[in-house]
Design a protein around this ligand. Structure first.
Ligand code: 9MJ
Length: 713
């Protein structure tokens, strides 16, 4: 080892003065940086792994004593620490999207139908798409200003990513300068690693005794998200450009033209990108790309289809996280055969009884699978929800030889049964009609594929699952109170948590108990104190998080945020839901008028507020909280913000869906019927009773052209 930085003569850390610590820290940090460079960049390690580890440990000890020295640039931060905590955040000016998936030809044709319906195009009108291999890497956004690369950011959650500019600069496929680019150009694409480079990297990792990567995607992600750009530089990353974010001038009028323009600017674009004149042609491209998949030398997991005309893309716009103008047609999942050992029933937070297959462990596409979903009782019996046969009507029995498949990261499923291997004693599975957890009746409502426990909050499984959801990441996210702790407290006779409100009385109840939490197994003074503090911190909570946390059926994170943005405050939301009745009245209308809220979701929310036990539990919880208001939609300067608009008759320049989406994006409420609360009626040809009603109520009526002028075209 050079320099002998760590030896028996070194001063005990707790006797170091800050000056001595700073000097020693700088010396060791430089030494570690030199060792890193030798190892990663020059592939010529200068010190042994043991010496390297000793240097790192000494640095850590110094930093533990003097935390001010633990800067983001410290070598101690590069390994083990979560890099996401240390990369600067970048707010994307244009959201980075994910893609909706299609798994078969029918879903691709449905996509084409949907696009045509939205755009009001007849089935035989020409409609071009691009077909692009879907690279299995990680997406990256590159910002160029006046042709110079100024920032690179990962996708993150689509709105905020991580700043990895220094690392991106080390990737050969990413130009530092562009000639003839718009003043502002954000280029988006995929960072990936080829199979050959991945194999060579893993071989080097083995030699160095370092951890190997499970697949090229992980290797690419691990290499890009390095705090030390020298490490990224030593990893052979590549980049394909396929999309863009903010632009000061359009790249072209079509998707294909824009990709060609990116290629002309110096980016690598995928050579298998094809222009296709409709669904038959995209499916032909899919088959072509699927055939070439094994010889490409890098991982792809499907083919992405995008509407070619960028004016159409603009009209189609987005849902909450995916564009309406694109779809990813995924390659079929991987398959394996194994034995079904048992069928267990799990009871979820909404009471759904979910059958789970316990399997003899088997490897499917590199992952060991021992559980798979069986969906519901019809699926086990060999029927679809609408009563048609699936798997040729074959039912699934304990003891059967079954085919398991995995698609992407989704839960494994059972695709088929081999009847020739069915044991003689195997009997048809009888789905329980009482809840295995609480004994309440488990019923199936008309049209529902799922059987549900009717026990509500008296069912311990539902109550505990609701609590786990309540403390989960997108909900209250209380540090130190995860699923494991919830199970423990739920069963605790002295300090129970049986409903969300109990979380906020935990500390006071603990203070009144003889045996304190800090004296229990798994807790100490510090961890109990930390837990109480984490709970206190969450008394102040955003409205969207609170609504999501309630665990109301059909209300996911985005629906909860939608409701929060529309109602603004807990008081307004609670008052509206209390006053609402399913199927009628102004509150019901207003709830259904929110873009993204359908009748099923609306009924579920209203019912939650009218179910006595559930409502009482919500009230007990909210009494402990300080609920923060949610920001209303950004509608500054919009002439229709806050107005209630009704569309009636035939619209000729846009579809109903499009009109509704645009009005809502401008902060208007779109209602289905005319009432005294209506501000404006947009009437096309053939408008009937609604226009008459509006006239009688003295409400302003305009035609489609006037509407377009009003909202600025
Ligand atoms: C990949 N992963 O290859 C998109 N992608 O476009 C391609 N991803 C995409 N396009 C919009 N070729 C969002 C994502």
């Amino acid at each position: 080892m050079s320099g002998g930085a760590v030896n028996g003569a070194e001063e005990a850390v707790d006797r170091l003065t800050i000056e001595a610590a700073r000097t020693e820290w700088a010396r060791i940090a430089a030494e570690v940086a030199r060792a890193n460079k030798a190892y990663h960049t020059e592939d010529a390690p200068e010190i042994s792994d043991a010496d390297y580890d000793a240097l790192k440990r000494r640095l850590q000890a110094i930093e533990a004593r003097f935390p001010g020295l633990a800067s983001a640039g410290s070598p101690t931060q590069a390994v083990g620490a979560a890099p996401s905590e240390t990369f600067a955040k970048v707010a994307h000016r244009v959201r980075m999207l994910s893609l909706e998936n299609a798994f078969d030809e029918a879903e691709v044709r449905e996509f084409d139908d949907r696009v045509r319906r939205y755009l009001n195009l007849p089935a035989d009108a020409p409609l071009d798409y691009t077909a692009e291999p879907k690279i299995d890497g990680l997406s990256l956004s590159l910002r160029y200003e006046e042709g110079v690369l100024v920032q690179a950011a990962t996708r993150g959650d689509g709105e905020t990513g991580e700043n990895v500019t220094g690392n991106a600069r080390t990737i050969a496929d990413i130009p530092e300068r562009l000639d003839g680019a718009p003043g502002v150009l954000e280029v988006r694409g995929e960072v990936y690693m080829s199979h050959a480079d991945f194999a060579a990297l893993n071989a080097r990792q083995v030699e160095a005794g370092a951890k190997t990567f499970a697949n090229p995607r992980n290797a690419a992600a691990g290499s890009l998200r390095q705090l030390d750009a020298a490490i990224t530089a030593a990893r052979p990353l590549r980049f394909f450009a396929y999309a863009w974010g903010e632009l000061s001038a359009p790249l072209d009028g079509t998707q294909k033209g824009a990709i060609d323009r990116l290629a002309a600017l110096g980016f690598a674009t995928n050579p298998l990108t094809r222009l296709c004149d409709g669904p038959d042609a995209v499916l032909a491209s899919y088959r072509e790309i699927e055939q070439k998949r094994a010889t490409l030398g890098y991982d792809i997991d499907g083919v992405v289809y995008k509407v070619n005309d960028l004016a159409y893309q603009a009209r189609l716009g987005f849902r909450s996280t995916t564009p309406r103008w694109a779809i990813a047609h995924k390659f079929p999942a991987e398959l394996a055969w194994t034995r079904l050992e048992a069928i267990d029933i799990q009871v979820g937070r909404t009471g759904a009884l979910s059958p789970v297959a316990r399997l003899t462990p088997v490897t499917v596409g590199g992952v060991v699978v021992s559980n798979a979903t069986l969906h519901n009782e019809d699926y086990i019996a060999g029927r679809s929800a609408s009563g048609e046969e699936i798997r040729g009507g074959k039912d699934i029995r304990v003891g059967d030889w079954v085919q398991v498949y995995r698609a992407g990261d989704v839960i494994p499923k059972i695709a088929d049964v081999d009847l020739s291997q069915r044991p003689e004693e195997a009997v048809p599975y009888v789905f329980p009609t009482v809840c295995p957890e609480c004994g309440s009746d488990a019923v199936r409502e008309e049209g529902d594929a799922v059987r549900r426990c009717t026990g509500g909050l008296i069912c311990p499984a539902q109550a505990v699952e609701k609590l786990k959801h309540f403390v989960s990441r997108g909900a209250f996210d209380i540090e130190g109170l995860g699923a494991k702790q919830i199970e423990m407290f739920f069963a605790d006779p002295d300090l129970p948590i049986r409903e969300p409100a109990d979380i906020f009385t935990l500390q006071a109840r603990d203070a009144a108990n003889l045996t304190k939490l800090e004296n229990r197994d798994g807790f100490g003074e510090k961890s109990a104190g930390n837990l109480f503090r984490a709970i206190e911190d969450r008394r102040k909570i955003g409205l969207g998080r609170l609504i999501f946390a309630l665990g109301i059926r059909h209300v996911g994170e985005s629906a909860a945020n939608l409701l929060a943005r529309n109602y603004g405050s807990w008081a307004a939301f609670e008052a509206a839901m209390t006053a609402a009745a399913v199927g009628e009245g102004p509150e019901w209308e207003a709830l259904n008028a929110i873009d993204g809220v359908g009748a099923v979701l609306a009924a579920s929310v209203v019912n939650a507020f009218h179910q006595a036990a559930e409502r009482a539990s919500i009230d007990r919880l909210v009494a402990h909280l300080d609920v923060q208001e949610a920001a209303r939609p950004q509608t500054e300067g919009s002439p229709v913000a806050g107005k209630t608009v009704v569309f009636t008759g035939t619209l000729e320049k846009m579809t109903r869906a499009e009109a509704k989406a645009r009005a809502e994006a401008l902060g208007a409420k779109v209602a289905g019927s005319v009432s005294a609360k209506t501000d404006l009626v947009v009437a096309g040809p053939g408008a009937g009773s609604k226009a008459k009603q509006a006239e009688a109520l003295g409400i302003e009526i305009i035609d489609e052209d006037a509407w377009l002028r009003l909202i600025g075209g």
